[in-house]
Write a protein that binds this ligand. Structure first.
Ligand code: ADP
Ligand code: MG
Length: 654
């Protein structure tokens, strides 16, 4: 007896996605089988592990395998595994809905994906595992029973807006996926998935390395010879189970023996991705700590790289037995985009996270993996063809730079492999070594400015004198840049210096001598007006001083060396942390007509009455300060007041 059948609606995104799949012209429909076998293999891994850990789990693990079965006449393909299975809730959660973290992003992309090409790319980007079955089937059923449970679950959908789910009193252990294949294409037998040769070919191509046997019932004609002379030979058809894959763990085989295609397919299996790897990194260590590793740098950043629930990095195996996904102990956070497998020889199969955190062997392995990944990045950076490095940096540069904050041991290497936008070129990035090479005579610092966009930095007053003098400035616009510049002090003996902080002196000794008299005069001329401005703007700034960093702007705001930048303050506030309001320094351009004009006005009017009481003057001071805030892309505290004063002034000029 079965319970009533419940009909449920797919989420809007899932429905849209199914539509896409059903009408997909995705050029490689064969991949649906790879996805199903990959899921089955994961389920078998999980069951074996569970049975190690939970001695009370009474399951038969003596013949774990995947099985394909074809009913040619009914056009049904069945993929069966005797793995961990799913509970009813898991089916609803895992099969009925899509990964929650990506939903908003996916919705947006689905709406944008008007063309077939765009849809195809989307399939590739999101790696739409189980749903890829709807490329080849117009009805899909899944029956499953979770290890240790007595009731099973049946899920079925025609890929429209609904699916049904029911609880079964009985079901075999594991999961069975039944595909009601679409009618075979008359002209294109290449896509007939009831053909034995076709299935054999796909398994060989995409799933050969799967550690569990993938079996298929095949018919074989045998010729029997009774041995007696003169007797006819008889032919008989027998049905037998054939294992289609070699089951050789790819990471145990020498690189020279493995084809690139095999590596690529394995990458797709471990990463649940649909892209190709950018770099393949096989590793092998013998001796005290024996391990084999096969790592990959993907060619695309996953959409959830910066969300908290991003997982799936490196898998840990012990003596070819799968232990865990996303073994954080093997890869630092900033290399979380690296995928692959590490197979350690001398760990216990019962190893837990707690043990891993303490384990010396794991720490050693991690160290070497990190070094190897970084040296691979260095290699592609040094290669004549820069395409791969450019891709790498575009996709993962922002993540890698997080390492500048956390991985002190490799800081030097990280700085070497990093690239930055700079005023040297509008389109190309530069390495620090290239920057240092271009440094001007007498320049001893590496200049940079952080901000929200290139445009904002390039039009900020701080950069004027650097442009005028032809000094190169690094343009740092990633949020992580704000963080690392606070703790990395130098590269190649050259200190990093923010051009928006501290005092800047770009003059050579000679220039200094030449302008010495002028400076002295200016200091004298402005002394009174500076101290008056300091008082008038006391609520907004901590000091008012002259600078020679400005050429065309009247004023700019700078921080002290250890002050937070406005962007860093905003970042902290956005993450919910309280940051004290910090006042900055107002720097004035002593040759700007507005500044000299204000000075002269101050001297003529200050004796009229108390200068503070002359609204004209203090309003000009406010405007001067407000303009400096706006020029660097900042926000005014009281924009209405600023607009009011400005409007009054403009009206009077007409
Ligand atoms: P992914 O494999 O990338 O997570 P899928 O769409 O292929 O995405 O599968 C979704 C989830 O459904 C899997 O993560 C797994 O938890 C579950 N699942 C799918 N197939 C099976 C199976 N044969 N046995 C057990 N669980 C499965
Ligand atoms: Mg999958």
């Amino acid at each position: 007896m079965t319970e009533h059948v419940e009909q449920l609606e797919f989420q809007a995104e899932t429905h849209q996605l199914l539509e896409l799949m059903i009408h997909s012209v995705y050029s490689n429909k064969d991949t649906f089988l790879r996805e199903l076998i990959s899921n089955a293999s994961d389920a078998l891994d999980k069951l074996r592990l569970e049975s190690y850990k939970d001695k009370d789990l009474h399951v038969d693990t003596s013949d774990l395998h995947v099985e394909l079965e074809v009913d040619k006449d009914a056009r049904i393909l069945t993929v069966r595994d005797n793995g961990i299975g799913m509970s009813r809730a898991e089916v609803v959660d895992l099969i009925g809905t899509l990964a929650k973290s990506g939903t908003a992003e996916l919705r947006k992309k689905l709406n944008d994906a008007k063309s077939d090409a765009a849809a195809e790319e989307l399939i590739g980007q999101f790696g739409i595992g189980f749903y890829s079955t709807f490329m080849v089937a117009d009805k899909v059923a899944l029956t499953t029973r979770k290890a240790g449970e007595t009731e099973g679950t049946r899920w079925e959908s025609e890929g429209q807006s609904t699916y049904t789910i029911e609880t079964l009193d009985e079901a075999p252990q594991g999961t069975t996926v039944t595909l009601h294949l679409k009618p075979a294409d008359e002209d294109d037998h290449l896509f007939d998935y009831t053909q034995e040769w076709k299935l054999r070919e796909i398994v060989k191509k995409y799933s050969d390395f799967i550690a569990w046997p993938v079996r298929m019932k095949v018919e074989r004609t045998v010729t029997e010879d009774s041995g007696e002379e003169g007797e006819e030979k008889t032919e008989r058809v027998i049905v037998e189970d054939q294992t289609l894959n070699s089951m050789k763990a790819l990471w145990t085989r020498p690189r020279s023996e493995v084809g690139d295609e095999e590596y690529k397919e394995f990458y797709k299996h471990v990463s649940h991705g649909w892209d190709d790897p950018l770099e393949i990194i096989p590793m092998k260590a013998e001796g005290t700590f024996e391990y084999q590793a096969l790592l990959f740098i993907p060619s695309h950043a996953p959409f959830d790289l910066f969300t908290r629930d991003h997982k799936r990095g490196v898998q840990l195996y012990v003596k070819r037995v799968f232990i865990m996904d996303n073994c954080e102990e093997l890869m630092p956070e900033y290399l979380r985009f690296v995928k692959g497998v590490v197979d350690a020889q001398d760990l216990s199969l019962n190893v837990s996270r707690e043990i891993l955190q303490q384990d010396r062997q794991i720490q050693m392995i991690r160290k070497r993996l990190v070094k190897k990944v970084l040296s691979t990045v260095k290699d592609i950076q040094g290669a004549e063809d820069q395409t791969n490095y450019q891709t790498f940096w575009k996709e993962f540069g922002r993540v890698l730079k997080e390492g500048l904050l956390s991985d002190f041991d490799n800081r030097e290497t990280l700085l070497q492999v990093s690239s930055f936008a700079s005023t040297h070129s509008d389109s190309e990035v530069t390495t620090l070594a290239q920057y240092v090479e271009r440094m001007a005579e007498g320049q001893d610092s590496i200049y940079f400015m952080t901000g929200e966009s290139r445009q904002q930095i390039e039009s900020s007053p701080h950069i004027e004198a650097f442009k005028a003098k032809g000094r190169e400035v690094l343009i740092l616009t990633d949020p992580v840049d704000e963080m690392w510049v606070g703790s990395v002090t130098e590269f190649d003996g050259k200190p990093f210096q923010s051009i928006a902080k501290g005092e800047i002196d770009l003059e050579t000794e000679e220039e200094k001598k030449a302008s010495e008299a002028l400076r002295e005069q200016q200091d004298k001329d402005f002394a009174d007006v500076l101290s008056w401005l300091g008082k008038t703007l006391d609520e907004s700034v901590k000091e008012v001083r002259l600078t020679n960093r400005l050429t065309t702007s009247p004023a700019c705001l700078v921080g002290d060396v250890y002050d937070f930048t406005p962007m860093l303050e905003r970042m902290y506030r956005a993450s919910g942390q309280a940051v004290p309001e910090s006042k900055r320094i107002l720097e004035l351009n002593p040759s700007h007509p507005l500044v000299t004009g204000l000075r002269d006005a101050y001297f003529t009017r200050k004796d009229d009455a108390d200068a503070d009481k002359v609204p004209e003057l203090s309003e000009t001071a406010e405007l001067l300060y407000g303009t400096a805030v706006l020029a660097e892309g900042g926000e005014l505290k009281d924009p209405a007041r600023f607009a009011q004063i400005l409007t009054d002034r403009l009206t009077r000029t007409l």
